[in-house]
Design a protein around this ligand. Structure first.
Ligand code: GLP
Length: 286
């Protein structure tokens, strides 16, 4: 695992959007694992901007979302299918048939979970998995006690998650009580994982996931087992980490991040450079 701490939310978002853009641009058959939640809205907004201003081409992409609420049809304003269509899919050149989410209205939910795992396999596996983190420590909707080897399945949402997502639904009792989620094992199968967390309210759970022991009580701690996982944070979300100086040292000394350091720091807000977005060209991977 590596931890990258950026000066502010915009800079953290920019880095994650650029990592995704590089995958889309340099992998001839990108298979993106996608996440929802408020944190990701600005990542997708940035990718839409890159599509419009820099011609970022999504036509070869296939996508698989982490999760979907049980019982909500895709056209429900609270369904994750609706979220994805609205924030990304309908705004870029991706064919909707290449975008996948579990169907939370399937008559046989268990069969739907198996079908979803099969689709990921047929696509050759996820090449880049984007993740957020819930206050319960979940990735996807893998609530506390989810097995590290779990696969796509139906789960009951934890009270913390229901409280966290209540503002989106207006009231806690409107939040569905269950969801289909990729399992922790499904997520760990992705070739690369990138987790983005911003804001002070994520600081405590990030510290436990990154520096705490491996425990199924905090699903995100399983990412410590992943061979290629990057956790991108703003200063606020990094606020409870004990070793942040060490993570900063690694990031500034690590040649693999040179490409990002060389990008004009528009939205990055680090004061290194103030070029306009139009100057930001995506370079192929070295
Ligand atoms: C939901 C999603 C998670 C996501 C979390 C974070 O619970 N199922 O995949 O990580 O939201 O949400 P936010 O970005 O709104 O904090």
């Amino acid at each position: 695992m590596e931890v990258v701490i950026q000066a502010n939310t915009d800079a953290a978002t920019e880095l994650v959007a650029r990592i995704l853009a590089r995958e889309v641009q340099t992998n001839p058959r990108p298979v993106l694992g996608l996440a929802t939640g408020r944190t990701m809205e600005s990542v997708y907004a940035r990718m839409v901007q890159m599509h419009r201003k820099e011609g970022l081409d999504f036509s070869a992409c296939r996508t698989f979302n982490l999760d979907e609420y049980v019982g909500l049809p895709g056209n429900d304003g609270h369904a994750y299918r609706h979220y994805m269509n609205h924030h990304l899919f309908r705004q870029v050149n991706i064919a909707l048939r290449n975008t996948h989410l579990p169907d939370g209205t399937a008559a046989n939910l268990e069969a739907e979970c198996e079908r979803y795992e099969g689709l990921i396999d047929q696509a050759g596996g996820i090449t880049l998995q984007l993740l957020g983190i819930g206050h319960s420590g979940h990735i996807g909707f893998n609530e506390p006690l989810s097995a590290f080897r779990s696969r796509t399945r139906v789960v009951a949402l934890a009270p913390t998650t229901i409280r966290q997502n209540a503002p989106i639904f207006g009231r806690a009792d409107k939040v569905p009580r269950s969801a289909i989620t990729m399992g922790v094992g499904t997520i760990l199968d992705g070739r690369r994982c990138v987790l983005l967390a911003t804001g002070e309210d994520k600081a405590e759970i990030i510290a436990r996931a990154v520096e705490g022991p491996l425990t199924s009580m905090i699903s995100a701690s399983a990412l410590q087992l992943h061979p290629d996982c990057t956790v991108v944070l703003d200063e606020a979300a990094a606020g409870r980490l004990k070793k942040s100086d060490y993570y900063r040292w690694i990031y500034t000394s690590e040649p693999k991040w040179d490409w990002f350091r060389k990008l004009p720091a528009v939205v990055i807000g680090s004061g290194r450079n103030t070029s306009s977005l139009e100057d930001c060209r995506l370079e192929p991977a070295p």
